[in-house]
Write a protein that binds this ligand. Structure first.
Ligand code: FEO
Length: 170
């Protein structure tokens, strides 16, 4: 049985990860409408990864015999006007998620819940990668996005992203 606060935060994280999937789906729809299929693909894959994250939290709770409570998923609310908007909103969002993971980690640490800390280690590393990806996408858009050939190349690069199941298996 997990500590009540840890269990509550893990439950809430299911909804937050599904919200992440939802905003990335929104980004994908935005880029598709702009004719940038590669960016649309990149965020579609990202949405799948976020759904996986939600399922990992859900399964971890189940494995620990904890009740699973699914919350309300908010409507995507990031204003998307320019090609840069989703990229910046994505970085802001990942920094926010890193904070959430750290909060759960801190709650587990407080009650010496080493099992949950070990489970969360995968997400701590994952957040480093997610923030790095988001920062790289902003930098590349700043460097090459104003030129149509540059944008075309970037879009082709992001078209190559393929979905891979998470390396963490529960
Ligand atoms: Fe599940 Fe992008 O953090």
């Amino acid at each position: 049985m997990l500590n009540a606060k840890v269990s509550k935060l893990l439950n809430e994280q299911i909804t937050k990860e599904l919200y992440s999937a939802y905003i990335y789906l929104d980004f994908s729809v935005f880029y598709e409408a702009q004719g940038l299929d590669g960016y649309a693909n990149w965020y579609m894959v990202q949405a799948q990864e976020e759904r996986d994250h939600a399922m990992l939290f859900l399964k971890y709770l189940q494995q620990n015999g904890e009740e699973v409570n699914l919350g309300m998923i908010d409507k995507p609310d990031k204003p998307l006007l320019s090609l840069m908007d989703p990229l910046k909103a994505g970085l802001d969002h990942e920094q926010y998620v890193t904070g959430l993971i750290n909060d759960i980690y801190a709650a587990a640490y407080d009650v010496k819940d080493f099992r949950t800390m070990q489970f969360l280690d995968w997400f701590v590393k994952e957040q480093l990668e997610e923030e790095k990806n988001a920062e790289d996408m902003i930098k590349k858009m700043e460097l090459f996005g104003n030129d149509s050939k540059g944008l075309y190349s970037l879009d082709a690069e992001y078209a190559a992203r393929m979905y891979a199941a998470p390396s963490l298996v529960l």
